[in-house]
Ligand binder design. Structure first.
Ligand SMILES: Cc1cc2nc3c(=O)[nH]c(=O)nc-3n(C[C@H](O)[C@H](O)[C@H](O)COP(=O)(O)OP(=O)(O)OC[C@H]3O[C@@H](n4cnc5c(N)ncnc54)[C@H](O)[C@@H]3O)c2cc1C
Length: 415
C-alpha cells in the first residue's frame, strides 16, 4: 500500500485517489488564481470557470448517470469539494447549488428528465430561501406564507440571506401553507416551491437587495421581499406542508459538505503557512526552525487530519444508507471550529503579512468564520449532539411549546 492510499485508512480506493488528485490539480490551476484575483465584494465567479467545472462533471457528481451525471456518492462529492474549497470556498458552494437537490429527491420522473441534464450542464443552478429577518436557527418559526388561489400559489413575506438569488436559474422558497397541529412538529405546514427565473433578474413579485457581508465573495447574498409572487400549482415540491421532511433527507450530506469546505480552507491555510515559514527569515534563520512555529504547524496538521477522517466516516455512513445525524452534526461542528482555529494560526505564522490582502490566508480565515454560522450554527450542532446523548432538555420542551403557541397565535391573527 502506498502512502497516498494509507491516507484514507481503508476508505480511499484507487478511483477515489484519482478523483481527489484531479480535483486538486483543477483547483490549483483553474480556481486558486481566479480566487486570489476576484475575491472581494464585487467579484463574481466567472462563467468561464463555471463552464470548466461543468466540463469536469462537478455539477452532477451525485446525479445518476441516466440523467448525465457522474452517479457518485456523498464521499466523492465531499472529496472534490474539499479540494475546490482549498482554492475558493464559494466555488465548492456553487457545486452544491447544482446536484439536483429537491428535484432529484422529491419531484416526479417527468420533471427529473427535464431538469437534471440541465443541472449537470450548469444551466439550472439553484438558490435557497429558508432564512428570514426574524427566522434563523428556528426555521419552524418562518412567517413567509403561500396561499392557493385558484390554480396558483401566491407567496407573500420576507426572506433573508438568500445567496445567489440573482444569478440562480431557480430559487427554492420555503413558506408556510398551514399551521402546525402538534408542538412536537412545529415544522409541519411548511412547503417548498420551485421558482423559475431568468438568470441575473428577479421574477415579478420579488425584489432583492444585497446584504453587505464580510466574506463568501464570488456571489452576492440577498434580502428578498415577496409581494403576491404567483406560481403555477405544480411548482410545489413534494407534498404540501412536508418540506421539513424533504429537507431532513439532505441534512446529513449538507453537514458533511460544510465540513469538507472547512477542511479545504484549513488545508489551504496550512500549506500557505508552511511555505511562508520555510521562506521567512528572522534572527538569521527561517522561522520554520523555531519550535513555537513547528508545533503550531504540527497541531494544525493533526486537527485537519482528525476532521478529515471523521468526514470520511460520516460520508461512508451516508453512502451506506445508515442514519448518522449525530455524527454529521459532530463533523460539521468539529471541522468548522477547527478551520477557524487553523486559519487564525496560519495568519499568526505569517505575522503582519497575514493581515494583508497580499496573501490568501485572510480569505481562508474570513470564509472559515462563516462555516461556523451557516448550515446550522455550532451551537445548534452541539444541541443536536447533546439531545442524542441526553435526550431533549426540559427547557427545550418548554421553549418548543411556547414557540408553538406563538406560531398558532400568529396564524389566527392573520387568518
Ligand atoms: C453569508 C451568509 C450566507 C447565507 N446563505 C443562506 C442561503 O443561501 N439561504 C438561507 O436560507 N440562509 C442562508 N444563510 C443564513 C444562515 O443559515 C443563518 O445565518 C444561520 O442559520 C443562523 O441564523 P441567524 O443568523 O438568524 O442566527 P440566530 O438563529 O439568530 O442565532 C444567533 C445566535 O444564537 C444562537 N442560538 C440560536 N438558537 C439557539 C439555541 N436553541 N441554543 C443555543 N444557541 C442558540 C446561535 O447559535 C447564534 O450564536 C446565510 C448566512 C450568511 C451569514
Amino acid at each position: 500500500m502506498t502512502n497516498k492510499q494509507a491516507n484514507g485508512y481503508g476508505y480511499m480506493t484507487e478511483e477515489r485517489i484519482m478523483i481527489r488528485d484531479a480535483a486538486r490539480e483543477f483547483t490549483m490551476k483553474e480556481v486558486l488564481p481566479v480566487a486570489n484575483q476576484l475575491d472581494g465584494p464585487d467579484g463574481e465567479i466567472p462563467m468561464e470557470l463555471r463552464q470548466k467545472m461543468a466540463d469536469m462533471g462537478y455539477f452532477g457528481i451525485t446525479i445518476p448517470e441516466e440523467y448525465g451525471g457522474m452517479g457518485m456518492g456523498t464521499f466523492e462529492y465531499c472529496l472534490i469539494c474539499e479540494q475546490l474549497s482549498r482554492g475558493w470556498m464559494s466555488v465548492a458552494s456553487m457545486v452544491a447549488r447544482a446536484q439536483g437537490g429537491f428535484i432529484k429527491n422529491s419531484m416526479p420522473e417527468e420533471m427529473r428528465r427535464k431538469y437534471l441534464p440541465m443541472v449537470v450542464r450548469g444551466e439550472f443552478m439553484n438558490a435557497s430561501a429558508l432564512s428570514e429577518p426574524d427566522t434563523g436557527s428556528d426555521l419552524a418559526s418562518m412567517s413567509c406564507r403561500a396561499e392557493l388561489v385558484g390554480d396558483e400559489w401566491v407567496l407573500n413575506g420576507a426572506k433573508y440571506w438568500c445567496t445567489f438569488a440573482d444569478g440562480a436559474d431557480y430559487i427554492n422558497i420555503f413558506a408556510r401553507t398551514s399551521k402546525p397541529t402538534d408542538p412536537k412538529r412545529r415544522g409541519e405546514g411548511i412547503s417548498c416551491f420551485l421558482v423559475e427565473k431568468k438568470r441575473g433578474e428577479f421574477p415579478p413579485g420579488m425584489v432583492g437587495n444585497p446584504i453587505p457581508k464580510i466574506g463568501y465573495f464570488g456571489w452576492k447574498t440577498f434580502e428578498l421581499a415577496l409581494t403576491d409572487l404567483r406560481l403555477p400549482k405544480e411548482n410545489l415540491i413534494g407534498e404540501p406542508g412536508k418540506a421539513f421532511l424533504i429537507m431532513a433527507k439532505g441534512l446529513e450530506t449538507a453537514r458533511a459538505h460544510t465540513a469538507a469546505r472547512a477542511i479545504g480552507l484549513a488545508q489551504g491555510a496550512l500549506e500557505d503557512a508552511t511555505a511562508y515559514a520555510k521562506d521567512r527569515k528572522q534572527f538569521g534563520m527561517p522561522i520554520a526552525e523555531y519550535q513555537a512555529i513547528r508545533f503550531k504547524i504540527a497541531t494544525m496538521a493533526t486537527e485537519i487530519e482528525a476532521a478529515r477522517q471523521l468526514m470520511y466516516y460520516v460520508c461512508n455512513e451516508i453512502d451506506s444508507g445508515r442514519r448518522c445525524d449525530k455524527e454529521a452534526s459532530m463533523v460539521k461542528y468539529f471541522a468548522t471550529e477547527m478551520a477557524e482555529r487553523v486559519t487564525s494560526e496560519a495568519m499568526q505564522i505569517l505575522g503582519g503579512a497575514g493581515y494583508t490582502k497580499l496573501f490568501a490566508v485572510e480569505r481562508y480565515w474570513r470564509d472559515a468564520r462563516l462555516t461556523k454560522i451557516f448550515e446550522g450554527t455550532s451551537e445548534i450542532q452541539q444541541r443536536i449532539i447533546a439531545n442524542h446523548l441526553l435526550g431533549k432538555s426540559v427547557v427545550e420542551e418548554m421553549i418548543a411549546d411556547r414557540a408553538f403557541q406563538s406560531t398558532v397565535g400568529a396564524r389566527k391573527e392573520t387568518a
